[in-house]
Design a protein around this ligand. Structure first.
Ligand code: SF4
Length: 328
């Protein structure tokens, strides 16, 4: 079956001034470097990794909001246009993006009801009365109260604004929403409400999600599949159950070891990584993770590991894949 969204070998490189460089010396910053994944209809792919690993850039590339340096994006089996033509505008309706900063995403001078209805106006969907009715229906679907229709963004709580942003993304019936850290700025109790809302909306509207977060507990809860990114590449990908129960890549194992457990007497051993992630301008040769990896050997310093398929559809980019889990 054709995936709803498929990205193949996607890369985005920037030429930048080298920090401290003289005479205009430049370098190539590899924000995303050869990422491939697929998302089926009504499915959720979780994308995790440290800040600056390329998650958000990968999402913008996948949605056609940024032109790629190389690679392909297929939406419903067709190449996704990045030129702002009619095909691009049609894909904008089907592919939506939700940000963490809800105040920044909304117009402070416009009532929220009109902001939710705006995509219908832009795409010329239905009559004015039909658009209004659809917007009011969505108000109920995302748990907003009818009397809030004329409120302004600053009059709402963070959780209510996140509901407005989701309603605005949903109103034109998208096939996929990329949620970029959608709950990071919310209180824990509100986070749970928004997670439940995302789940309910998926059931109700059949929308697929590309869910970006650094919170692995949340990603495990919402995802059908999880991809772990490090320095612009996917280093491990699989079902949440397999990836969190038996992580293979040493980086994934370190991330998983940092997840708090509910029963302190069964606490897992925390793996502390050496140093900070290297700059994407100076990606180490061989395996990019080798300066921080306790298992690095001579081969790791010279040869970049490919993302290899393991039994059960699991994929790992490590020369020791298949041995690390056993060693752990
Ligand atoms: Fe560590 Fe080598 Fe595997 Fe990279 S390839 S994660 S350095 S063991």
């Amino acid at each position: 079956m054709t995936p709803l969204l498929e990205v193949r070998g996607l890369a985005r490189h920037y030429r930048v001034r080298r920090p401290g460089g003289l005479w205009g010396r430049t370098a190539v910053l590899k924000a995303v470097d050869g990422v491939s994944f697929a998302i089926g209809r009504g499915r959720t792919l979780g994308l995790v990794g440290e800040s600056g690993c390329g998650k958000s850039t990968a999402a913008r590339l996948a949605l056609g909001l940024l032109p790629a340096t190389s690679g392909d994006v297929l939406f419903d089996g067709q190449p996704l246009s990045t030129r702002q033509d009619a095909a691009w505008r049609a894909s904008r309706r089907k592919l939506q993006l939700v940000f963490q900063d809800t105040l920044g995403a909304l117009d402070r001078r416009l009532p929220i009801g009109l902001q939710i209805m705006e995509p219908l106006d832009i795409h010329g969907i239905g009559t004015r009365a039909e658009r209004l009715e659809k917007t009011k229906d969505l108000f109920t679907a995302v748990g907003l109260l009818p009397h809030m229709f004329d409120r302004y963004p600053h009059e709402l709580s963070g959780g209510q604004r996140q509901r407005v942003v989701l309603a605005r993304a949903l109103v034109a019936q998208p096939a996929l929403i990329a949620c970029d850290e959608p709950i990071s700025a919310l209180d824990v109790s509100i986070q749970a409400q928004v997670i439940n809302l995302l789940h309910d909306l998926r059931e109700q509207f059949g929308v697929a999600y590309l869910f970006i977060s650094h919170d692995l507990r949340v990603v495990r809860q919402v995802s059908d599949e999880v991809a772990v990114m490090y320095l612009g590449r996917i280093v491990e990908q699989g079902t949440p159950d397999r990836l969190f129960r038996q992580p293979e890549h040493p980086y994934t194992r370190a991330l998983v070891s940092a997840i708090p457990v509910a029963t302190p007497n069964r606490a897992r051993q925390r793996i502390i990584l050496k140093g900070d992630p290297p700059s994407p301008v100076d990606v180490p040769a061989g395996c990019a993770f080798h300066p921080r990896c306790a298992l690095a050997g001579p081969r790791c310093r010279v040869e970049t590991p490919a993302l290899r398929s393991m039994p059960g559809g699991h994929r790992v980019a490590c020369h020791l894949a298949g041995e690390t889990a056993a060693a752990a």
